[in-house]
Design a protein around this ligand. Structure first.
Ligand code: PAF
Length: 293
């Protein structure tokens, strides 16, 4: 396994791989890798000859009162696991290596970033877009893999790539879950035993609402959301949001929406968890016919 610490080392490696005619796959991560990340690496390995995993806890995407300092790290295991899943290199710069002291140019998406997580984390997606743009310039990937769990992030990266003409294919990989439905996340580690036992309620609520939308369409959407919120609160969750958004535009979903992103951010103790479901709701005509039968 090759480990690169500087931008120059990564650039040199990428240039030699390109010269040898090998395609590059990039899996950007903040480390503390779990099965969700392994699915991204596995996918990248099926799509590119040379897979690079970046391990970088990016300070610019954390707000002042967020968990940057305590973000979990496991660098040696990350290298071992990346290699076991077929990656050939890990890029692990320090913040000082990534950002020059007088760094002042940002990549900022201006629409999709304003809703859902962007409301409570106003600088988050600017930090994500900026670091991902830098990683794309350094690694020059043909393909890059991101997780569906961070659905808003995946949409914003796709928009950035389209709007700024990055020559990279973005592949979004399905959510990997624990046996009880909890979406894998590095932040699950922060949960106490009680919080961990309660947290799968997020997935239960999302799947119940998704099923109702698939069966009956959007007619009862606000009742479904209210019932979902009550259930989350009853389980001890503090809701940041539980919303139905158009899955492509992130506009608030209404009865005309064809594909819905049903998304939640819920705190258990001090740990904020996110999860989502993509739903194609029954059309109003179908659901009224079902009701008549
Ligand atoms: O999803 C993450 O882990 C991060 O937001 C990313 C894409 C690696 C950028 O720091």
């Amino acid at each position: 396994m090759k480990i690169f610490r500087t931008r120059a080392e990564l650039r040199e490696f990428v240039a030699s791989e390109k010269k040898a005619g090998r395609s590059i796959g990039l899996v950007p991560t903040m480390g503390f890798l779990h099965a969700g990340h392994f699915a991204l690496i596995d996918m990248a390995c099926t799509l590119a000859d040379t897979v690079i995993v970046s391990v970088f806890v990016n300070p610019t995407q954390f707000g002042p009162n967020e968990d940057l300092d305590k973000y979990p790290r496991s660098f040696e295991a990350d290298c071992r696991n990346s290699e076991a899943h077929g990656a050939v290199a890990v890029f692990a710069p320090t913040p000082e290596t990534m950002y020059d002291r007088d760094f002042s140019v940002w990549v900022s998406e201006e629409k999709l970033s304003k809703v859902l997580c962007g409301k409570t984390r106003p600088i988050h997606f600017r930090g994500v877009c900026t670091v991902v743009a830098k990683l794309f310039h350094l690694a020059q990937p043909d393909v890059a893999c991101f997780g569906q769990k961070d659905a808003q992030q995946a949409l914003i990266i796709q928009k950035m790539v389209r709007d700024l003409d990055f020559p990279v294919r973005i592949v979004v990989v399905p959510i990997v879950r624990e046996h009880d439905g909890l979406a894998l996340s590095s932040r699950n580690k922060y949960l106490s035993a009680g919080e961990r036992a309660a947290a799968p309620v997020i997935h239960r609520v999302l799947t119940a609402i998704a099923e109702a939308l698939r069966q009956h369409g959007m007619a009862a959407s606000s009742t479904l959301l209210e019932a979902g919120k009550l259930e989350l609160e009853k389980a001890g969750g503090v809701i940041d949001y539980l919303e139905m958004r158009d899955a492509d535009t992130l506009d608030m979903a209404d009865s005309s929406a064809r594909k819905i992103l049903l998304a939640a951010a819920v705190k258990f103790g001090t740990t904020r968890l996110i999860d989502n479901e993509i739903v194609v709701p029954a059309s109003q005509t179908e659901s009224s016919q079902t009701n008549k039968r």
